[in-house]
Design a protein around this ligand. Structure first.
Ligand SMILES: [Zn+2]
Length: 336
């Protein structure tokens, strides 16, 4: 069965007033001729309650959350649900079907760092504006991410902590059911992606979940996303049952990223989730023949959140100034 396709302007009155599952594809045409296409499932519960959105595939090669979101659509039943659950398994079908990695295949933008409200901009500006319009009536939002093919990533849940205390504490509550070692409350505005800031400004408690690595959707990582969604729905009394509360530690520190200023072949010497000491060797960059160009060391005692496992480091390729192709290691220097 082909899902119904509706233009964004028609979305508000396209949903059925009755409880149950509906699947449709929201579309919008960009001035470049590219079509924005966002698949959205809505499960309207038989009992009243808040609205939660679960979304994934903002970065199209982060697959574990996409598979977990699909399972959520098939597993949550309207007669067990209080309120409304929106599930967006893939944010850009264009990027997904390209097997694209991280930056938009259309305009090379990093969409997590785009603020909604600029539909007249590039394709990614309109994509994020459309996405925001779809989710804007939610009370809660969970955004699933993972490590792309080039990225070995530690699983953790960052929590944007701006806005009223009550909003921040509800965001933290969303994170508590995910079976990850670390939850990271982020207070500094500069450390919170603009899309998350826009959600908070609209009163939407939200988190993003990083679980999975190297573009491989393992059963275990998919289950971590899925079980976390169920726990969040139980926490917000949208599903019956007492939510899982796995042991988590709170992370506090400053992010830093080790970049290479020259292109070359990267040989990392660390693993994701590892603690490195100040001055510890992180790896080296070589030329194509294997001759060392530069060695890299940690500036401080830090946790390795992720590192680029791809050996290809391209210092010239910095679309919109973004340091994705010359990034080597992402660190969090821990405040003791
Ligand atoms: Zn991501």
């Amino acid at each position: 069965m082909q899902p119904r396709t509706v233009d964004l302007e028609q979305l508000a009155w396209s949903w059925s007033p009755d409880p149950g599952l509906e699947e449709l594809t929201v579309t919008r045409t960009h001035s470049s001729g590219e079509t924005i296409e966002i698949p959205v499932a809505r499960i309207k519960g038989t009992k009243p309650g808040p609205q939660m959105t679960v979304m994934s595939g903002m970065h199209a090669g982060e697959y574990s959350g996409i598979l977990a979101a699909q399972k959520l659509i098939s597993d949550v039943k309207a007669d067990e649900l209080s309120g409304t659950l929106l599930v967006i398994p893939v944010i850009s079908t264009r990027a997904f079907m390209d097997r694209n990695m991280q930056l938009s295949p259309v305009d090379q933008k990093e969409v997590h760092f785009i603020r909604p409200g600029n539909p007249g901009g590039t394709y990614s500006d309109m994509l994020i504006d459309t996405l925001f319009d779809v989710v804007k009536d939610s009370e809660y939002l969970i955004d699933s991410h993972a490590g792309e093919m080039a990225q070995s990533l530690m699983s953790w849940v960052p929590v944007p902590m701006r806005g009223a205390n009550e909003l921040s504490s509800r965001s933290l509550e969303l994170a508590r059911g995910f079976e990850v070692e670390y939850v990271e409350p982020r207070h500094e505005l500069s450390s919170i992606p603009p899309f998350c800031v826009a959600l908070l400004n609209a009163g939407i408690a939200n988190i993003w979940v990083e679980c999975g690595k190297n573009g491989v959707p393992t059963e275990a990582d998919t289950a971590t996303h899925f079980d976390g969604y169920i726990a969040a729905l139980q926490t917000m009394k949208m599903l019956d049952g007492s939510p899982a509360r796995p042991r988590q530690k709170l992370l506090k520190g400053n992010r830093s990223q080790i970049n290479s200023e020259q292109s070359g072949v990267w040989h990392p010497a660390i693993k994701e989730g590892e603690m490195v000491e100040s001055g510890q060797y992180l790896g080296r960059l070589t030329d194509y023949f294997g001759n060392t160009l530069e060695e890299f060391h940690s500036p401080a005692r830090s946790l390795v959140l992720y590192y680029w496992s791809s050996p290809a480091i391209n210092a010239e390729r910095r679309p919109h100034g973004y340091d994705w192709h010359n990034g080597l290691v992402s660190l969090l220097d821990l405040e003791e």
